[in-house]
Design a protein around this ligand. Structure first.
Ligand SMILES: [Fe+2]
Ligand SMILES: [Fe+2]
Length: 285
């Protein structure tokens, strides 16, 4: 266990926040005009609400077994945050559906597979899945918050705002499901297997759903636009080696999410978004 004995005191707070997407405020390819990335972000956004429902179910099942008072508070914050993410992404998904993205169908599929997992898989395995998927969201979040070129990719719309807020909170709560898994005696073996299984599931889902989503978009059949967008992927800040290495790190024996210290990143973005001059203060209610 070493240096991770005892849960570090990290504030996982629930913010009351709302995002809105008035008619006409988003172009069809709302991620900076890019074809593939617009579909990928739509697919990810569609997986969040049912995914987050699953996280909440999995963690809540053990909430009463947690004795550490710090972790108990963090669990409350985690549940509040994930419920809010789900609610706000549903709103975005409705808008994307109107714009022609099949977000409802993707959400329904994910909801169905995860309901099945809850029904069939042991509680600890569901927690292992949750911790694994939280490692994915935390890694993507860190990439977004730490690389200016990743932020630039998002353009300047309300989608950028919701993703920055979500990334900040994913960084805040990244260790909670993991610590619950450890607290209830989850093994290293199951944790690593949970990660492998979810990696295959998540990457497969994103690949297939993005492909199907793109088939329903006329721009996909424009070879110049498609080619340009596919070529841009090679330089995508999300698909670089450092990101892959960070994802893989999860399978290391003894890994803990706090091995990647994000304190400074968190402080910077909390001020940037929610400080006295924060760009999202007007979204709080
Ligand atoms: Fe979330
Ligand atoms: Fe999370």
């Amino acid at each position: 266990m070493g240096r991770h004995e005892g849960i570090p005191r990290r504030d996982v707070r629930v913010r009351r926040i709302r995002f809105s997407y008035p008619q006409g405020s988003l172009q069809r390819h709302y991620v900076d005009g890019d074809l593939v990335m617009s579909h990928v972000v739509a697919v990810l956004s569609a997986t969040f609400p049912p995914g987050e429902d699953f996280f909440v179910r999995s963690v809540r099942r053990y909430a009463d077994d947690i004795t550490d008072p710090v972790l108990r508070e963090q669990v409350k914050g985690f549940i509040g945050q994930e419920v809010t993410h789900g609610r706000e992404h549903r709103e975005l998904n409705r808008r994307l559906q109107e714009m022609g993205y099949p977000t409802h169908r993707v959400s329904r599929f994910v909801k169905w597979t995860l309901a099945d997992a809850t029904k069939r898989a042991p509680g600890r395995l569901c927690l292992a899945y949750t911790a694994a998927l939280e490692h994915y969201t935390a890694t993507i979040a860190e990439c977004l918050l730490s690389k200016p070129e990743a932020q630039r990719l998002l353009g300047n719309t309300e989608v950028r705002s919701i993703l920055l807020w979500h990334a900040l909170e994913e960084t805040e709560d990244k260790a909670v499901a993991f610590d619950v898994y450890r607290a209830v005696g989850g093994s290293e073996r199951m944790r690593r297997w949970g990660f492998r299984i979810q990696s295959v599931g998540l990457l497969g889902l994103v690949l297939v759903a993005t492909l199907l989503s793109m088939l329903g978009d006329r721009s996909t059949y424009n070879p110049v636009r498609l080619g340009r967008s596919l070529l841009a992927l090679r330089h995508s800040p999300f698909l670089q080696r450092d990101v892959v290495a960070q994802l893989r790190d999860y399978t290391r024996e003894g890994f803990h999410p706090d091995d990647h210290d994000n304190t400074e990143l968190l402080e910077r973005w909390t001020t940037e978004l929610f400080g006295p001059e924060g760009t999202l203060v007007d979204h709080l209610h």
